[in-house]
Design a binder for this molecule. Structure first.
Ligand code: ADP
Ligand code: ZN
Length: 613
């Protein structure tokens, strides 16, 4: 790039930033956005892989709004399209969706806007590309760019393959569309190659932005008193929207009931509910800013809610991929959000049994088991969680300073003696017993089982008196994660010593462990949500602002976040704008929202601050 070019592109970017500020009220680009936006503005074809919540849509919305012409957005999820359209309309942008569930009146309005040339963004499901003449009609309406959302759906290798996505290139040609852009959060090298070859005539400019979601705090703890741990976490984050993933339908229902009994606004969601109840509850969750959804993994895909403040896994997730996708539903607005996974070795045994008893081929089963091991190793990671998580996805980072392990700065110690005690309990009892019994032997408890087996006579009996039951459980989990002990897949829960374990048992190789933990207190850390900058007084104002937002949202039947994001209200509570000009400087207050809501929120601040006008 020549000096002149780079000067020009800096100018273009500054204009783009200003436009984003005017329309959306966002001051700065998120990492990666600037590069993509300037490339799109220069008319180039682009393929971008960006983690969820980084703001993919801005990369095609903003360029569209900075020039003439219509952008067609292909997206596979109807609910998501509708949410995007209503979010855009909240910024006074002319956008519409063309889906199979439109009423004739809705469709009529869309066509009229298209023919008048006022429509800027049209969202469409891929199957509609088959409608004869549609491409030509969009071409005549000035189609200047196609943005493909969830672009990995074009790849036959992926699990989300959508045959209709294969029509996109042909459709673009028929419409005479000059520019193609594609976005996805998940695409490995093979999928990227697929996308590039199926969607683009010539190689697109690629942007790969890594997997990190720095605003998510990561934490994992052993599940010990299940409900109490969940409740403590939820109560530390009052009136916040959260998702709690549960292992079964019944677990969802039970948890929601128990939370309700504690005056928490909780709902259950799973595939066993009828479609109407499901969609009503999903809607309630999206629109409110404080519902806690107790859900199976049936919930989440296609739910566009940027202000989810936490995700809890009440039990071990299916895999690292699933875990990453599920925690990714928190904090998509970029504000701090928390995650917590609770797990136990019983979850692991259950998952193993499920894999083992499934109909799958042996190869597949072995792969599933390997993925499970990776997940367990993550749970008992010796260092920064984020580092372990991102390493799994091929990203390299330094320790993050924003996870439970970085918070605690855990020291590793020589765990050889502890490991030898645990393993000798396994060996001396003949590698035939489960965790409870082994821990009882170590702690010298004369239970019926210990006595009938004569295990109180073993040299190992009572050698681990100094540790509590929970601490021993923690040691076993660490040893398991380190691969020194194992449970046979076709067994019934008994523990055995691996080859690697024998090296440790016989003192031939040392092992490092964390000091055994009772439990990691899930709420020790103050919630990232209650902004530490807010004083008690500001907090009162913040909650008045949230109330006002909720009232507006109810009245207009729109999700609360489409009125203002949490961060916008936090800034208002901190800065207490007194005029519309001051209000315009607040994050997330663009011109349209200023006109629409500015005076109202000023009056809320005036009242709370006792200011007269
Ligand atoms: P995803 O990458 O998951 O598709 P979205 O495009 O839905 O994410 O964006 C997530 C949220 O972030 C939206 O509410 C969007 O308005 C907001 N957003 C996008 N760009 C910015 C920015 N530069 N500053 C602040 N918020 C932004
Ligand atoms: Zn960390």
């Amino acid at each position: 790039m020549t000096e002149r070019d780079s000067f020009q592109s800096a100018r273009v970017l500054e204009t783009a930033r200003q436009t984003m500020m005017d329309i959306f009220g966002y001051r700065d680009f998120r990492p990666g956005q600037a590069g993509i936006i300037s490339s799109v503005l220069a008319g180039r074809d682009v393929l971008a892989v960006m983690p969820t919540g980084r703001g993919k849509s801005m990369c095609y919305q903003l360029p569209t709004l900075m020039r003439n012409g219509l952008t067609l957005v292909i997206s596979p999820l109807i609910a998501l399209m509708r949410d995007q359209v209503s979010a855009l309309q909240a910024f006074d942008i002319c956008a519409a969706a063309l889906t199979s569930s439109d009423s004739p009146a809705e469709r009529e309005t869309t066509w009229r806007a298209l023919d008048k040339g006022t429509l800027r963004l049209l969202y469409m499901a891929p199957e509609r590309m088959a409608v004869p003449g549609l491409a030509e009609r969009l071409g005549r309406a000035g189609l200047s760019m196609i943005a493909v959302d969830e672009a990995h759906c074009v790849s036959q290798w992926g699990h989300d393959f959508r045959p209709d996505y294969l029509r996109i290139s042909e459709f673009a040609q028929a419409a005479g569309c000059p520019q193609m852009t594609a976005f996805t959060a998940t695409a490995d090298t093979a999928a990227r190659r697929d996308i590039a070859s199926r969607l683009f005539d010539v190689a697109p400019e690629e942007f790969i932005l890594g997997f990190d979601r720095p605003n998510l705090h990561l934490a994992i703890a052993a599940r010990q008193q299940g409900f109490k741990q969940v409740l403590g976490f939820v109560k530390a984050r009052p009136d916040r929207a959260g998702i709690i993933y549960c292992a079964s339908r019944k677990a969802c229902e039970d948890l929601a009931e128990k939370l309700k009994a504690e005056n928490i606004c909780a709902l259950a969601y799973h595939a066993g509910l009828d479609a109407e109840t499901r969609s009503r509850r999903q809607d309630e969750f999206v629109k409110s800013d404080s519902v806690v959804m107790c859900a199976t993994i049936a919930f989440g895909m296609g739910v566009d809610k940027p202000d989810v403040r936490y995700v809890i896994h009440a039990a071990l997730p299916k895999s690292m991929e699933a875990y990453y996708q599920e925690i990714g539903r928190a904090g998509r607005d970029g504000d701090p959000a928390d995650t917590l996974m609770l797990w136990s070795l019983a979850d692991v045994a259950l998952r193993r049994r499920q894999i083992n008893e499934s109909e799958a081929e042996d190869d597949r089963k072995r792969m599933e088991l390997r993925r499970l091991s990776a997940l367990i190793a993550y749970c008992e990671a010796p260092q920064c969680r984020r580092l372990t998580l991102l390493n799994y996805f091929g990203d390299e980072i330094d320790p993050c300073g924003h996870c439970d392990l970085c918070d605690d700065l855990p020291r590793l110690m020589d765990g050889s003696v502890l490991a030898q005690k645990a393993m000798s309990a396994i060996a001396r009892t003949g590698q035939r017993f489960g965790l409870e019994h082994l821990v009882n032997v170590l702690r010298g408890l004369k239970t019926d089982k210990v006595l009938t087996r004569g295990h109180d006579a073993l040299p190992t009996f009572g050698v681990g008196k100094d540790l509590s039951r929970h601490e021993w459980m923690n040691v076993f989990r660490q040893l398991f994660a380190a691969g020194v002990i194992d449970q046979p897949i076709d067994g019934y829960g008994e523990w055995i010593i691996t080859t690697k374990g024998k090296e440790v048992l016989f003192g031939r190789s040392p092992i490092k462990l964390h000091p055994p933990r009772k439990t990691r207190p899930a709420k020790a850390r103050p919630s990232g949500v209650a902004n530490p900058l807010l004083s008690d007084q500001d907090r009162a104002l913040y909650s008045a602002l949230r109330k006002a937002r909720l009232a507006l949202a109810r009245e207009s039947r729109k999700p609360a976040y489409t009125i203002f994001a949490d961060r916008t209200l936090i800034e208002m509570a901190l800065n207490k704008p007194a005029t519309l000009d001051e209000m315009a400087k607040i994050f997330g207050v663009g011109q349209h929202k200023l006109q629409r809501y500015g005076a109202y929120f000023l009056s809320v601040i005036d009242t709370a601050e006792g200011r007269d006008r």
